[in-house]
Design a protein around this ligand. Structure first.
Ligand SMILES: Cc1cc2nc3c(=O)[nH]c(=O)nc-3n(C[C@H](O)[C@H](O)[C@H](O)COP(=O)(O)O)c2cc1C
Length: 423
């Protein structure tokens, strides 16, 4: 039905309802009565011409309708007059009530429920601007804040928009392996948390083809929205946000458990997914993929990174160039291992290690934790487990606490505080 036909039909329905409404009040329209008497027609004919009386709706129905209308008007008035920021804060806070219920569910089910909720937008959306002190520029991109969601929560890029909408400065999806790969049941590892309990550790992945389709569809939708919006193009050299809209999207690449050629797996990931990524990560940190951590050795790492960099660089890129390449390393390496990795990073100009921006990940559950990582040299910080326990309300809380820490110590920006403890 066209919109004008629908409007007409709607108007007719409304008119009929109004007419019925006057019949309920027992008053036939004056026009009918006066016409009948003026023409001298018999009373029966006048009765037949008059509209049929429709019985009034039951009293309960009227009360319910009245209550619903009052509720809609009252709710609308509240939402329109309430401070949007306060309302948004209240929404985040209200997730604290739901959190304990997640902990009662089966861990995997709770996790997939949380991902589904985020993918359908059933999560609070941050409408309040981040404190200006948290804004920073990294890799030629503007981050609204340095707090990101670590890989492993949204392994298959199902909920990027919802997660960024909750107020993360960036979200890392993956690890994505070339071929679909099931979980490793013997290594199931549970965080009996709240908002999202847990899922088995290891690279359980739907594979690069499924993830590329998903990211491609999201990318296309955003491009359409950008084209149809009347926003003037940015004149600044620094891009506001990234390929995923206002937030930044990292794609974390993994290797299949049974694959003999690790470099070939990462190269496949680069070829298929890098066009959607604001940054790429080679993940060699997982303890559950046989032989993966061996790739952290000096020679192995150098060979691997060279191949992956070459694959990325030989692709066609628009003027903003290829996405930066990072390597995710394990948290428990020896001093010698770390020195080897730093040497490779500097020699190959890796983007997330050495004298170049680092992402600090692990053990962050407060603004103070994030601040410590920044003072130790991290430019960006990620978390996962704390979100599982704390739920969405943790995100604005950490950002507010971090802003407080920076201001308390007289830093005007995050960048000023990076590495402050080692100067
Ligand atoms: C259940 C679970 C699954 C994870 N999956 C991945 C993964 O697929 N790829 C990856 O690079 N890191 C993965 N991680 C590691 C996290 O990204 C992060 O490095 C780690 O949890 C430390 O941060 P946290 O202390 O804030 O949890 C996973 C972590 C957990 C708890």
């Amino acid at each position: 039905m066209s919109s004008s036909a629908a409007a007409l039909a709607w108007r007719r329905t409304l008119r009929d309802a109004l007419l019925r409404g006057s019949a309920w009040r027992g008053a036939a329209p004056a026009r009918y009565a006066s016409t009948a008497s003026a023409s001298g027609a018999p009373a029966e004919a006048a009765d037949a011409a008059a509209p049929k009386k429709v019985p009034p709706p039951p009293r309960k129905g009227r009360l319910l309708t009245g209550a619903m209308i009052a509720l809609a008007i009252g709710g609308g008035a509240y939402v329109s007059t309430a401070d949007e920021g306060k309302f948004c804060g209240w929404l985040f806070k209200s997730t604290e009530l739901v959190n304990p219920l997640f902990a009662l569910l089966d861990a995997e089910f709770a996790h997939s429920l949380a991902v589904k909720a985020a993918s359908h937008g059933f999560v609070p959306r941050e409408k309040r601007p981040d404190p200006p002190v948290l804004g920073l520029e990294v890799w030629g991109r503007k981050f609204a804040n340095p707090i990101g969601l670590a890989a492993g929560f949204d392994k298959n890029a199902e909920a990027v928009e919802g997660l960024l909408g909750m107020g993360f400065g960036f979200v890392e999806v993956g690890s994505v392996t070339p071929l679909p790969q099931e979980e490793i049941p013997s290594l199931n590892f549970q965080i009996k948390g709240a908002w999202c309990c847990n899922q088995p550790i290891g690279f359980n992945s739907e594979g690069i083809v499924v993830v590329a389709k998903r990211l491609g569809a999201q990318h296309g939708k955003r491009k359409m929205e950008e084209t149809s919006s009347s926003m003037p193009p940015s004149t600044s050299d620094i891009k506001q946000g990234g390929k995923a809209g206002p937030g930044i999207l990292g794609v974390n690449l993994g290797k299949n458990k049974t694959s003999e050629d690790a470099a070939a797996d990462y190269v496949q990931g680069v070829h298929t997914l890098s066009q959607y990524a604001d940054y790429l990560v080679i993940n060699i940190s997982s303890p559950n993929t046989p032989g993966l951590r061996k790739l952290q050795g000096r020679k192995q790492l150098k060979d691997l990174v060279k191949k992956v960099q070459a694959a990325r660089d030989e692709m066609q890129w628009a003027e903003d160039g290829p996405p930066p390449l990072l390597v995710k390393i394990a948290p428990d390496l020896s001093k010698q291992d770390l020195e080897d990795i730093a040497a490779v990073a500097l020699a190959l100009r890796l983007d997330g290690l050495g004298k170049i921006p680092l992402i600090g990940c692990g053990g962050v559950s407060s603004g103070e934790d994030a601040y410590k990582k920044i003072r130790s040299g991290a430019t960006l910080v990620q978390l996962y487990t704390a979100l599982a326990y704390g739920g969405p309300v943790l995100i604005p809380r950490i950002k507010a606490e971090l802003a407080e820490c920076l201001e308390r110590d007289g830093f005007k920006s995050v960048q000023e505080a990076v590495g402050a403890d080692f100067r």
